[in-house]
Design a protein. Structure first.
Length: 150
């Protein structure tokens, strides 16, 4: 029951963060302030005269975060990064799972949390919420959400 309540709370918070842009009408002006935006389409662009959108080749830079903790299993994905302007911190939520070799489906799914002051250097705070191998010294926000099996 507690896991379900925590999951619903996280999902509501994540969905509310994007609601401002989702509710904007195409003719509305969206004040971006000083925040950075990645322009991959013309949704946030009022007019384009003598300019074009151009996607450059990505370049490999330094590794921001390695997923090497035992509770992160052999797979991590579905990353959501939000900037908390009041606290001045970036918050990352991600899924971690353990899929046994040669088995379709997988094991329990967890949601973990990291934070960063600059969006490049990440820390895993000890949340003390979920037990893993007898310890709550980890960054697991929600655990055992689903049995990845069929």
């Amino acid at each position: 029951m507690h896991n379900t309540t925590r999951l619903l709370t996280v999902l509501i918070l994540i969905s509310c963060c994007g609601s401002r842009l989702a509710l904007a009408q195409p003719s509305d002006v969206i004040d971006l302030g000083s925040r950075r935006e990645l322009f991959i389409d013309d949704y946030l662009i009022g007019e384009m005269q003598d300019v074009e959108l151009l996607a450059h080749q990505p370049r490999r830079e330094e590794i921001a975060l390695t997923f090497d903790k035992p509770w992160e299993g052999n797979g991590c994905g579905y990353f959501t990064v939000l900037h908390d302007s009041q606290e001045g911190v970036y918050r990352m939520y991600y899924h971690a799972w353990q899929i046994p070799t040669g088995v379709e489906g997988g094991g329990p799914l967890t949601i973990a949390y990291c934070e960063s002051e600059d969006g490049i250097h990440w820390k895993r705070p000890s949340l003390g919420l979920c037990e893993f191998n007898g310890s709550k010294d980890n960054n697991i926000l929600l655990d055992k959400l689903a049995d990845g099996g069929s």
